[in-house]
Design a protein around this ligand. Structure first.
Ligand code: SF4
Length: 505
């Protein structure tokens, strides 16, 4: 067996970037993206300063989260232990980029597929070393076979004080560093100075560190930009599937309350609303792909360990239940609606909640790995469903409006509690940094005004007034429903972006 990795000797690296250029030339890597690069860290205060170089690249992890999450197995383990990729299978979903805790992947703008260091496997296969190893003038990059204890570099690593990047992520990286500054390996310890890097710009949404926690003054003098890859389409898809799941949950509640005989508001309209929002969910998922015409690979080349694939199965199964409900509603088959109520609620919960497990596979985004994400998603579905019914109530007869208002009230209280617990109980630095961006940084207005004031406080006040005063009109609940929906959109978008705001390299 062979298990290839690298020893990167930062104490020998002279920061010449020959490895970067050789890699670009070997693989035709376009301008603006990199398979490998040399990060500069500067430490100390004038005149007692120092500059440190460290080569960044894929770690060919033994437990590679990019492979687990890749829905089509486009990222795969080669027989020599290297994590390689297959362009023809990649759908450009970018999930690997959020799963990798090291910023190792990028979307090639020419192929619209995910690329990264593949150890120059085409060279290894014919007995050559990777181009970066050959070109390095100081032998700072060495290939190692971790399955051969007698390998000279393996013996070097065994006898030396080496470190890996982000060992706490449990990915078992096979790139070891010797002599690297700790801030080079842990991007949370240094920040890009406000006057910029030495001879490079970064993008406006490149994650940066708010302040340096290190006792020593450290700054990132050069690194490559890594803009966030999931934006409004992902946050919108979270909201649309929440609405679909929630509408069917409230319809099931109305069936349980004995209203299966209300053809329009219980039997026919809810599955139509759910179906429309499920279709929108699918559309958002497809248009967010860099290779949208390959969307069917999710089913035809499925990697069943990926929650993108499992989620697709849940969405499809939920769509089938919605269709069956609609047919039963049209046929006024009340008994069948009662039978469908349980799978409608369960599959709706799966459709709304599976993203928590998908986020759990995003090892690079610790905010998304909180155990509060699943209850938050389920509470959002209840809020979204009840909100949709309060709005429907303005246009058509809806039975038991008070029960729907109680559902909205309960959902809002639960949602507010989960968000509070999520923001107040975080102890890990990566999560605290993301939450700081969410509540005190770039997304604070979206969070406090959009999600909290408009999305929680306003609808809670309106529904409490409606219930406490015993009012019968539909205007206040509908206003509460609209405000709650606006809040969901604001929260999801801020949460998705804040999760990607912590630098990984
Ligand atoms: Fe490479 Fe990142 Fe995948 Fe690890 S998770 S193998 S570093 S791309």
């Amino acid at each position: 067996m062979t298990r290839l990795g690298f020893l990167l000797e930062s104490d020998s690296c002279i920061g010449c970037h020959a490895c970067t250029v050789a890699c670009k030339s070997e693989h035709d890597v376009p301008i603006g993206v990199n398979r490998t690069w040399v990060k500069y860290i500067e430490s100390g205060s004038f005149p007692d300063t120092d500059r440190h170089f460290s080569v960044m690249r894929c770690n060919h992890c033994d437990d590679a989260p990019c492979m687990t999450i890749c829905p089509t197995s486009a990222l795969f383990r080669a027989p020599n232990g290297v994590v390689d990729f297959n362009d023809d299978d990649c759908i450009g979903c970018k999930s690997c980029m959020n799963a990798c805790p090291y910023d190792a992947l990028y979307i090639n703008p020419e192929t619209n597929t995910a690329h990264k260091c593949n150890f120059c496997n085409h060279r290894i296969e014919v007995g050559l070393e990777p181009s970066c190893v050959v070109v390095c003038p100081t032998n700072a990059i060495k290939v190692v076979d971790f399955d051969d204890p007698g390998h000279p570099v393996a013996r070097e690593i065994a006898g030396a004080d080496t470190a890996v990047r982000a060992p706490e992520q449990g990915t078992l990286p096979k790139v070891h560093y010797r002599g690297a500054h700790e801030a080079a390996l842990d991007p949370k310890l240094s920040s890009i100075p406000t006057d910029g890097m030495i001879w490079a710009d970064t993008t406006s949404d490149h994650p940066t560190v708010p302040g340096t926690p290190s006792a020593e003054e450290v700054r990132t003098a050069y690194t490559t930009p890594h803009p966030m890859v999931w934006g409004w389409k992902v946050s919108a898809y979270l909201v649309t599937k929440s609405i679909a799941a929630g509408v069917m949950a409230i319809a099931a509640l109305l069936v349980a309350l004995g209203h299966a005989d209300v053809t329009a508001a219980v039997g026919v309209v809810p599955p139509m609303v759910a179906g429309a929002f499920l279709a929108l969910t699918g559309l958002l998922l497809v248009v967010d792909l860099k290779q949208p015409l390959r969307f069917h690979y999710l089913l035809t080349r499925a990697n069943r360990s990926s929650w993108l694939v499992k989620g697709s199965y849940f969405l499809l199964a939920f769509a089938v239940i919605c269709a069956a409900w609609w047919i039963a509603g049209l046929a006024e088959a009340e008994t069948l609606l009662a039978v469908l109520a349980v799978p409608a609620v369960l599959l709706g919960a799966c459709a709304a909640g599976y993203t928590a497990m998908l986020f759990g596979q995003c090892e690079g985004r610790d905010l998304w790995q909180s155990h509060w994400v699943l209850p938050t998603l389920l509470a959002q579905a209840v809020v979204a469903g009840a909100a949709a019914f309060t709005i429907l109530d303005v246009a058509m007869y809806v039975p038991s409006p008070r029960a729907i208002q109680w559902a909205l009230l309960g959902g809002l209280v639960a949602l507010g509690s989960f968000i509070a617990l999520e923001t107040l109980t975080a102890s890990e630095r990566h999560v605290q940094m993301a939450l700081s961006t969410l509540t005190r940084g770039r997304y604070r207005f979206q969070f406090w005004v959009g999600a909290v004031a408009i999305g929680l406080v306003l609808p809670l006040a309106l529904v409490i007034v409606q219930i406490a005063a015993g009012l019968d009109g539909s205007a206040l609940p509908a206003l509460a429903g609209i405000a709650a929906a606006v809040g969901l959109v604001a929260y999801e978008d801020a949460f998705i972006r804040a999760g990607q705001s912590v630098p990984l390299s």
